[in-house]
Design a protein around this ligand. Sequence first.
Ligand code: FAD
Length: 317
Amino acid sequence: MKVTDHIKNANGNTLFSFEIVPPVKGNSIQELYANIEPLMEFNPPFIDVTTSREEYIYVDKAGLYDKKITRMRPGTVGICASIKHKFDVDTIPHVICGGFTKAETEYMLIDCHYLGIDNVMALRGDAMKEEKYFKPTEDGNCFASELVSQIQNLNQGRYLHDDVQGEDRSNFCIGVAGYPEKHLEAPSFKSDLIRLKQKVDAGADYVVTQMFFDNQKYFQFVEAAKEIGINVPIIPGIKPIAVKRHLQLLPQIFSLDLPHDLVEAVEACKNNAEVRQVGVEWAIQQSKELKAAGIPVLHYYSMGKSNNIKAIAKEIF
Ligand code: FAD
């Protein structure tokens, strides 16, 4: 079922959902199942599965290093299919521009359609670790808005190069990313919002936000989005802080601001077990306020670990 239909059917109740990351190549999917299982009691209508882009590795060849391209966390569509059937839940593969040609994207979308996957998240992806700026892949999409258009074209039966006569069309519900504290590359909050509107105008059905730790930032973002005519659901993304290093890493990677009270509470912790507790309590407070405001879905970044998400969900759902 489409995310937008799940929201409609919830009749104003707040839904619980979360995002998982595929295992590193060579690791078993069982660990992923073990992390999903404890969260199923909160009835997530859908689970997101991220896609990671390729990266360079150096292979030792008799003392000479060969630069190779590899993808360390492959398997997004396969994981979506296996979770969908094992847990009887909708799964949402993340489709990214970086590292994929438009033709490869088309094939991935066709796989999803055959597997009965009705939703996709359309994202640009980040720069490769070794590169400072995002470089579009040759014959790939440059921005998420282009990817949304490609998916919508497929929904209309328009394939990339082929004159396809068949009638069996996909009907993907499309999610896109939004940034309450603006995307790190955007020159201004307003210009980033205009780019978000382009994604919605291209056919995105809903938005999921980057993590934020101050709900006011989310509420202001939703207001500003409405003012420029974005009228699709904006689902907040929530991440509990789990280790002290998040104080440096999260602002650096996502260009966001941590509230001073949270910073002080984390700094006062003697170990990461205490930090996890602080992170959970903060996320519970955020979630309570968002739920009270009637937000349709609260979406949690699990990073493959369920303990802290379960502790939050127990208090909220
Ligand atoms: P876009 O919407 O294309 O925007 C990228 C930047 O370009 C922004 O600064 C925007 O303002 C600007 N821009 C947009 N259009 C134009 C234009 N036409 N001209 C000039 N500038 C423009 N990354 C992954 O690799 N895998 C994942 O699975 C993944 N999942 C995510 C899930 C969520 C909910 C979120 C919030 C992020 C996720 N990301 C993921 C990270 C995301 O890929 C990065 O944040 C990326 O840098 C931007 O992606 P986007 O889709 O927002 O890009």
